[in-house]
Ligand binder design. Structure first.
Ligand code: FES
Ligand SMILES: [Fe+2]
Length: 352
């Protein structure tokens, strides 16, 4: 699948970006990220306009709020405009790095890939729990050597938890309980829900919540293509439901957030975070959830890396067989195809 351009993508956690030059590739574009002395995140192309030396590579370095190329010293301001070149005072007019619209929000650094004029910060989907009072969050990022639509597929069909994540988050009820899928075509959001009213409690939740015995387990997915995936997870002892007024004091809530960012056509940045509204100051629970979720993510990574190898080594045209559990994934693919068609890559756009 082609990259879906003209969209916001998570390039990094805010905590990854400081006064060191940092680079991450998003949709095949190598992006240089750093923070000004005032603390604002800057995102520009990572390639010096002179001879393409990566500006994230030593001995390139920051001097105040300028980046000095480590090869011949071209120097750029935070807006990407070159302010000094060696051996002459005249600075070529075209000497500027392309600057990416960037926004720090909900602990993520979002960058806009595509036509700059279309960047609208109000389009960035929210994951407020990651920085909200009343929640404690653990998070990480795992590199995935697989195309990003494989991860979208994976996350939209959680029935795989029973098989791939047995002993961690999978129990028989996940695969056995039918899903409901809804698509908001106008806003381009896919919702997949699975409500289990009498389920075994997997270790991920029994050890973190302390619930003994069977549970009500609700999984409500909200996928905002292309990048943000939210899983609202509700866990409560069997028979415990939200009050008529919507309050839900006797349940445990976990917001599982993924940011799915294509790196290249066959690799992906798999950002994951787990925010909970209980045991807020319990470091053991934080350690346990962090380590368990990383293990679970790495189980997906291993499976999807394998799948990528299979896809790469076999001819196109394989006919997959889809069933009910795939409804959400198929809806997501349809929306992603529509988004890709609406924002063609620059070369194709120019050829029109
Ligand atoms: S490559 Fe950067 S100054 Fe020459
Ligand atoms: Fe998984």
């Amino acid at each position: 699948m082609e990259f879906v351009r003209n969209q916001w993508y998570v390039a990094a956690y805010g905590t990854e970006i400081g006064r060191e030059l940092f680079s991450r590739t998003v949709c095949g574009e190598s992006i240089l990220l750093w923070r000004t002395e005032a603390g604002t995140v800057v995102a520009t192309s990572d390639r010096c306009v002179h001879r393409r030396f990566p500006l994230s590579e030593p001995p390139s370095h920051l001097v105040g709020d300028t980046v000095v190329c480590g090869y011949h010293g071209f120097t750029y301001g935070a807006d990407g405009v070159c302010v000094a070149v060696p051996g002459q005072t005249r600075i070529p007019r075209t000497a500027r790095l392309s600057a990416y619209p960037v926004k720090e929000q909900d602990s993520f650094v979002w960058v806009w890939i595509g036509e700059r004029a279309l960047a609208d910060e109000s389009l960035i989907p929210r994951a407020p729990w990651l920085r909200m009072a009343g929640y404690t969050t653990v998070y990480g990022m795992e590199p995935l050597a697989a195309r990003y639509d494989l991860l979208v597929d994976n996350l939209l069909d959680l029935s795989h938890e029973t098989y791939l994540h047995g002993g961690y988050i999978g129990t028989p009820e996940v695969a056995n309980t039918p899903i409901t899928t809804e698509v908001d075509e106008d806003r381009g959001i896919v919702y997949v829900s699975r409500h289990m009213d009498d389920a075994e409690c997997p270790p991920f939740y029994s050890r973190s919540t302390g619930i003994e015995g069977r549970i009500v387990r609700w999984q409500d997915i909200e996928y905002h293509p292309p990048c943000l995936y939210l899983l609202h997870s509700r866990i409560a002892p069997v028979g415990v439901y939200p009050e008529a007024d919507g309050t839900d004091a006797h349940a445990f809530h976990v917001e599982v957030v993924y940011a799915i960012t294509p790196e290249t056509e066959t690799s992906t940045h798999d950002f994951w975070a787990v925010a909970r509204d209980f045991a807020l100051d319990d470091q053991d629970v934080s350690d346990f959830l962090e380590q368990s979720n990383r293990t679970v993510v790495l189980q997906d990574v291993a499976a999807l890396n394998k799948l990528e190898q299979v896809i790469a080594s076999e001819p196109d045209g394989y006919q997959e067989l889809s069933i009910n559990i795939d409804t959400g994934g198929l809806a997501a693919r349809r929306i992603l195809r529509r988004m890709a068609a609406a924002s063609p890559p620059p070369a194709r756009a120019a050829a029109r």
